[in-house]
Design a protein around this ligand. Structure first.
Ligand SMILES: *Cc1c(COP(=O)(O)O)cnc(C)c1O
Length: 385
């Protein structure tokens, strides 16, 4: 059964501007690798867009998170708090440092880390020590919180920051899905010590693969550049003063990033329109719920996702109709390598969001007609199976 001539993808790259021109410039001039004007320009544009003082490009979002955690002082044996409902890279970046993630359940409305659970965990299960706070049970240090701005939405970051301050915790924001999301006048990623973005192919802008660390701290920015470029400490000699990483973004890809940044305002507008159309055309449908946003939060609406108690039927029905839809991530506590880790929860909300969550086509090159067609197909599947 095919109603449409071509499949409707979930979220695909939209290369509609100066990408060819800037890549060609790299190829023509030979500036394809580690250094070049496009890396600097991509970093400058990102700092300007977010309002952060500094931006450091990386090879992907996961490496940005890894370096940011390291710079936040997260050490082997520490704990780091993060939401249970996230993409695996958030938890993996913590594991790379030798620290251990502690998973906090999701808020049923916002689908972000549940700050009530976070607060009661901090007040009931931790103690203050000379080193900062430690887990009451075993005396191991808790060093940081990693809020993840799931689907470009934000939790109450003021409350999260004041909890972090009260307990002396560093904040590294996984803002990989939140380029173009704001809370009041502040951009996602600028609340914590550092924030990280991703330019993977399915994100709101893409470089094929890429990432960025933003911060207001000059020394941290300098250290981030140093650690992502093998910690080379001399411009001539191969002298390296610590164990660094080869995590830099190459100029060729940064050229794509500069072109994509020029398109970002348009992309955000289109994604917000997709979401508004989905909400408008599906709000009357029984058994469908939407993600809520706090007052003052303007999400980028990167990937429109709804909840339905008939998620399985919708997934297979849409698949038959060549409309690409996806379930939410399997929550971290259900993955084999994290199943034995601490999971702070009362009602396993992440499990329910996983069972009911359905992401719908959200690319920035969709038309109104296609979004409405997806809505009509959803209604038809729910009515007739
Ligand atoms: C995309 C994403 C990442 C990782 O970014 P990569 O660029 O793919 O390494 C991390 N966390 C979340 C929540 C993501 O969606």
């Amino acid at each position: 059964m095919s109603i449409i001539s071509e499949p409707i993808p979930l979220s695909v790259p939209h290369l509609a501007g100066n990408e060819w021109k800037y890549v060609k410039d790299c190829l023509d001039t030979g500036w394809v690798s580690s250094v070049g004007a496009y890396v600097n320009e991509f970093e400058r544009k990102t700092a300007e867009w977010t309002g952060a003082a500094y931006a450091v490009a990386t090879v992907n979002g996961t490496s940005a998170l890894h370096i940011a955690l390291r710079l936040a002082g997260v050490r082997a044996g520490d704990y780091v708090l993060l939401p249970n409902l996230t993409f695996v890279a958030s938890a993996n970046s913590i594991s790379y440092t030798g620290a251990e993630p502690i998973f906090i359940d999701a808020d049923p409305e916002l689908w972000q880390m549940d700050l009530g659970l976070l607060e009661s965990f901090l007040s009931e299960q931790t103690l203050f020590s000379d080193e900062g706070i430690v887990l009451r049970e075993n005396g191991r240090r808790i060093s940081a919180i990693m809020p993840v701005h799931v689907l470009g939405n934000l939790c109450d970051m003021d409350r999260l920051m004041s909890l972090a301050q009260r307990y002396g915790l560093e904040v590294v924001e996984d803002a990989t899905e939140a380029l173009g999301s704001w809370h009041g006048s502040r951009h996602a990623g600028t609340f914590g010590r550092m924030g990280c973005f991703s330019y993977n192919g399915n994100k709101i802008i893409t470089t094929g693969g890429g990432g960025m660390i933003i911060t207001d701290d000059e020394e941290l920015a300098r250290r981030a550049k140093h650690l992502t470029t093998q910690a080379k400490a001399d411009s001539m000699e191969y002298f390296h003063d610590e164990i660094g990483h080869n995590y830099r973004l190459v100029n060729l890809l940064a050229a794509v990033g500069v072109a994509q940044m020029e398109l970002l305002p348009e992309f955000i507008e289109r994604r917000r329109r997709n979401a508004a159309l989905y909400r408008q055309h599906l709000s009357q449908v029984e058994g469908i719920d939407f993600q809520q946003h706090l007052d003052g939060v303007r999400p980028n609406e990167w990937l429109f996702t709804l909840l339905s108690d008939r998620q399985k039927a919708l997934l297979s029905g849409l698949q038959q109709r060549q409309i690409h839809a996806r379930p939410f991530w399997v929550p971290m506590n259900r993955l084999p390598m994290y199943a034995a880790h601490r999971y702070v929860q009362q009602e396993d909300v992440s499990g329910r969001l996983y069972a009911q969550g359905l992401s719908l086509p959200s690319s920035s090159n969709l038309s109104d007609e296609l979004v409405i067609l997806v809505c009509e197909q959803i209604k038809s599947i729910l009515q007739h199976g």
